[in-house]
Design a protein around this ligand. Structure first.
Ligand SMILES: [Cu+2]
Length: 223
């Protein structure tokens, strides 16, 4: 068993195979982890309003950085269902590589598709849960529709960051556990004209809470 470098507080202990701490070292390791790990995560509160001052529903916020790209990994268990002939949720943010399932909770059949270069796909008329989820393997926005019900629309925003959120009716997005660092804060709403780039601003984040207000050129609460 190779002896990997132990934490500094435990260097006086003889090597006992650090891959598997013994009954003696395990509690010491746990105590050291608690005592030695600084609080290295902040919460980012974002308030999104339209140009008419109304809070925006379903606005997307993403914090991007080189470190965020490295920390990004596919998120399991994401669903975009269909309920009462609407997508639920209508807007979802997923890290690149995530597989999204499209369960149909209605009695009518749906035919979900996307023509977007980010992820073209087509799930022909179906009930229940389609056999295969759709893997979103490129960043960007995929606009989803239903071939049967023209008024159904949803947006899958594919990002390379674990730090993101979608606003509730009060226009708020709260992103927890964000490490300090320099980020680009990007905000977008599906009511923006097609092809509009996300609004982009720098965010220097320390270990404390940060509050940001953003106005997007959308009116009527974005509904
Ligand atoms: Cu449909």
């Amino acid at each position: 068993m190779p002896c990997l470098a132990p934490p500094p507080a435990l260097r006086w202990l003889p090597c006992q195979g650090w891959r598997q701490p013994s009954r003696l070292t395990a509690p010491l390791l746990a105590a050291c982890t608690l005592a030695c790990t600084p609080a290295l995560a902040a919460t980012v509160d974002v308030q999104l309003n339209g140009s008419d001052g109304k809070p925006l529903l379903e606005a997307v916020v993403v914090l991007e950085s080189a470190a965020a790209r490295t920390a990004s990994k596919p998120q399991p268990g994401i669903e975009v269902g269909q309920v009462d002939r609407r997508f639920a949720p209508r807007v979802v943010v997923v890290p690149v590589g995530s597989a999204v399932s499209f369960p149909n909770h209605d009695k009518v059949r749906h035919h979900v598709y996307s023509l977007s270069p980010t992820k073209p796909f087509d799930i022909k008329l179906y009930s229940g849960v389609p056999a295969n989820p759709v893997v979103f393997d490129r960043t960007g926005v995929a606009v989803l529709g239903c071939n049967i019900h023209d008024n159904m629309a949803a947006w899958v925003v594919v990002v390379e960051s674990p730090y993101h959120g979608v606003s509730a009716a009060d226009g708020r997005v709260r992103i927890d556990n964000v490490p300090p660092g320099h980020y680009r804060l990007k905000a977008w709403h599906p009511s923006l004209p097609p092809g509009t780039a996300a609004q982009d601003q720098p965010l220097q984040l320390g270990p404390d809470r940060a509050a940001v207000s953003i106005v997007l050129p959308v009116t009527g609460g974005g509904v």
